[in-house]
Ligand binder design. Structure first.
Ligand code: ADP
Length: 771
């Protein structure tokens, strides 16, 4: 794999030095403990404040006393006395590293102590979590520690409106899910009055599950769309498509992610609608309507891909198996599904703006993070964020046993073996957590287990809170829990149940049985993801074991092992136990890891350019928002109109705002068009990529050329609008000129799995939503 492996070897010595240094500092903090134990709360706060310098040197120099003060405060307010390793973790995050700490080591507290450190430096901190449930939970859990130091705090709730959000963002320490924060950034880029902005920018991002957020989801675009009537298929087409038959009128790809119209299907539509050819230019968008309706009708399965709740379609976010609130499918697919279900069809949409998570994190001058699996992401963290990784030892040495993979030739054999294995383990009373690749696999497995008399909990399309509660129960004796790898993350699995602790009969029983047993079905596309799952077992020195069941038909193996030959004879039970087979599986995974890194780097190059252009547009937007620039320009270009308006005695402030709205309308509209154009360019470049030497250079050339004209065109259109528009004391009437504002906006994340995606376009990656 191309990367920085060599670099880390070279850096090894300095990483060890850092670790030594942190241990020494934490050791010194111990010495201050006694004195602090006798101090008053106010004294402790004073001591902590006196330790704060705004540069790194001082942070390290005065760290022992600061850490001792925060430790004492945590003991007093939370009833948890931070372990040495937790102080080490907080220290490394205060110098800006990503720390690797295993599951159950208490990273929530580490993150909060880090936030205290930065907060005392007078920096505004965002503690970024993977979902809003965790943001809320962590904020109320850690709140007392922040209160102790006089730091204000809040959490961005999914359901909070603009006023509440605005208020929360003003606080010192804000807990928020990465997508919520991103959506607020996008919405703030569309305001026409400064006072409507909800965000107050922060100085520091403390990122939980750092590798998931910064690497796995880095290039997931967060999208803000606005309604534009009429993009869905007509009722007529929905009816036609419903009558079509698979394999006669259309075919579906083996993985059921794509659907293709056959000749017979096309003729059927042409006859029914009385048109000559679906493929003729003048057939307009009938073909795309048919395709979208086919997709909705035959690929999207109710209760697997979406639910119907309260008369509306709710998407299930399949990569995590949850209902994705406030999200919808783009480009008419939503409307097609609504039509299929006989619901009121909502408007089609237009993408107003988008931002990748990587670009979002780029808005923070300072970043640090924590995760159970950072080392394996070192290359990416350094390459894309210039961050280093620090490994923190576990508080109690691990006792987890990772068994060698069980490999089979076919997926069928693998599944049969998994089921036998789970039945066997469950019979002993040992709790089992099964991690699958996606929701569909979870459900199939659970169904098969039920047939064998094994009751199990499936984590699937529920809300985060329920999921967390179910995961917390996964350590009960005899419990079998089936989930996708991500479900319920951030929640600790205690042996014996949520309140399990040594001495309790259920806890001790599970310990005796060997702790939590984790079973992975199929290895993931990176070892890091495997380890995220394995990390569920063996928390805080608990016993635990893990094993993966793999088949040569698995996606990861077939993608990573392309063009390679493996000859091996299965054993009696169908298992391929040879060392070379196990090595082959690891090899395939290294190949897919390498591919993903390459894809990440390339895709980021595209996205970086878009992000840079967005920054330029934003700078211009800011000037229009904060100054009278728009009025100055427009009134200068139509002196007559400006004079007439003034003669009517319209308030100057109203005129300024009217000019601003006109200018921003066109700027935003041009930007939205530009995004659509870039999407097309990228798509077509991918198609032509084979012939081209460097698609990215071509993309740069075309996008820079188009961008150059964007601002000019926006200004020209704004001048036209200014001359044509009716402006009164009430403001400007843009609707009257057909310049509609979107009647509603909504947000969604495009779950883009780069290994399957054909390009970067939203439509192109719809396929991967169904993973
Ligand atoms: P992680 O995010 O690292 O998996 P959590 O922050 O969820 O871990 O914490 C795991 C568990 O450990 C929680 O139940 C928490 O109460 C407990 N815990 C964390 N730190 C301490 C401590 N210093 N003393 C006692 N319990 C702790």
């Amino acid at each position: 794999m191309a990367g920085f492996g060599w670099f880390w070897k070279a850096m090894g010595s300095s990483a060890t030095a850092n670790q030594k240094k942190s241990k020494t500092i934490v050791g010194e903090a111990d010495k201050a403990a006694e004195r602090l134990a006798a101090a008053t709360d106010a004294d402790i706060v004073d001591i902590a404040r006196s330790c704060i310098g705004d540069d790194e040197e001082r942070t390290i120099e005065d760290a022992p006393l600061l850490l001792a003060a925060v430790r004492e405060a945590a003991s007093r307010t939370l009833g948890m006395r931070p372990f040495d390793v937790q102080l080490q973790g907080a220290l490394r995050m205060l110098v800006g590293d990503v720390v690797e700490m295993a599951t159950g080591e208490g990273k929530t507290l580490v993150g909060a102590m880090t936030a205290v450190g930065y907060g005392l430096q007078g920096r505004r901190v965002h503690v970024i979590t993977v979902n809003s449930f965790l943001a809320g939970r962590d904020e109320s859990w850690m709140g007392p520690l922040l209160d102790f130091f006089g730091l204000t705090h809040g959490a961005v709730a999914e359901e909070a409106g603009p006023d509440e959000r605005r208020e929360v963002y003003r606080r010192d320490v804000v807990f928020g899910a990465v997508n919520e924060i991103g959506f607020d950034v996008l919405r703030d880029q569309l305001i026409t009055r400064r006072r409507d902005a909800v965000r107050t920018p922060a100085d520091v991002a403390v990122i939980d599950e750092a590798d998931s957020v910064m690497v796995d989801e880095a290039l997931v675009p967060l999208v803000l769309a606005g309604s534009e009537p009429g993009a869905g298929p007509s009722g007529r087409i929905t009816d036609l498509v419903r009558r079509m038959e698979e394999d006669r009128d259309f075919t579906v790809s083996g993985d059921r992610r794509n659907v293709f119209l056959t000749e017979a299907g096309a003729e059927f539509v042409e006859r029914a609608l009385g048109i000559d050819s679906l493929y003729a230019e003048d057939a307009g968008d009938v073909l795309s309507q048919v395709n979208v309706a086919l997709h909705a009708q035959h690929l999207l399965v109710r209760d697997v891909h979406y639910l119907v709740r309260d008369g509306a379609v709710a998407l299930i976010d399949n990569s995590r198996g949850r209902v994705a609130e406030l999200q919808r499918w783009p480009d008419g697919l939503q409307a097609a599904v609504e039509a299929k279900e006989g619901l009121t069809v909502t408007d089609g949409g237009r993408i107003l703006d988008q931002i990748t998570i990587q670009a979002l994190l780029g808005l923070y001058p300072r970043k640090c993070g924590m995760t159970g699996t950072a080392v394996a992401a070192s290359d990416q963290l350094r390459q894309f964020y210039d961050l280093s990784v620090s490994v923190i030892d576990p508080n109690v040495p691990t006792r987890r046993f990772d068994e060698a993979d069980h490999v089979y030739v076919t997926a069928e054999e693998r599944d049969a073996a998994v089921i036998d294995h789970i039945v066997e383990v469950q019979a002993t009373g040992q709790p089992v957590l099964v991690g699958t690749q996606d929701v569909a696999a979870s459900e199939e497995l659970a169904d098969a287990l039920v047939l064998r008399g094994v009751e199990c909990n499936v984590l699937n399309a529920k809300n985060h809170e329920v999921e967390a509660a179910v995961i917390a129960e996964a350590g009960r004796p005899g419990r079998v829990t089936v989930s996708t790898q991500m479900a319920g993350r951030g929640t600790d699995i205690r042996l014996g149940g949520p309140d399990g602790e040594p001495g309790q009969p259920e806890h001790d029983k599970v310990v005796e049985l060997g702790g939590l047993h984790v079973v992975g079905v199929g290895r993931f596309r990176s070892a890091r993801l495997d380890n995220q799952l394995r990390g569920r077992a063996g928390r805080q020195g608990d016993p635990g074991s893990t094993v993966f069941f793999v088949s040569l038909e698995d996606d990861m193996v077939s993608v990573g092992g392309v063009g390679e030959e493996l000859t091996a004879e299965p054993e009696q039970d169908g298992r391929l136990g040879q060392k070379k087979v196990l090595q082959f599986i690891d090899h395939c995974q290294r190949v897919t890891e390498g591919q993903m890194l390459d894809i990440h780097a390339t895709t980021w190059k595209y996205n970086k350019l878009i992000a840079d252009q967005r920054a330029i547009v934003n700078a211009r937007r800011d000037r229009v928002l904060d100054t009278e620039a728009a009025w100055e320009d427009l009134s200068y270009h139509d002196v007559e109109k400006a004079g007439a308006l003034q003669a009517q005695g319209i308030d100057h402030a109203v005129l300024v705002q009217a000019a601003r709205e006109i200018m921003l309308h066109h700027l935003d509209h041009e930007w939205s068009d530009h995004l659509a154009y870039l999407d097309d360019v990228r798509e077509s470049i991918h198609l032509r990529a084979i012939a081209r030497e460097s698609p990215i250079d071509e993309f740069h050339r075309l996008s820079i050329a188009a961008f150059g004209e964007l601002a000019e065109r926006a200004v020209a259109l704004a001048r036209e609008t200014f001359s044509d528009a009716t402006i009164t004391e009430e403001g400007v009437d843009l609707d009257g000129l057909g310049l509609h504002k979107p009647s509603a906006t909504w947000t969604y994340m495009v779950n883009d799995n780069p290994l399957n995606s054909t390009g970067g376009s939203v439509m192109g990656s719809i396929a991967s939503i169904f993973r």
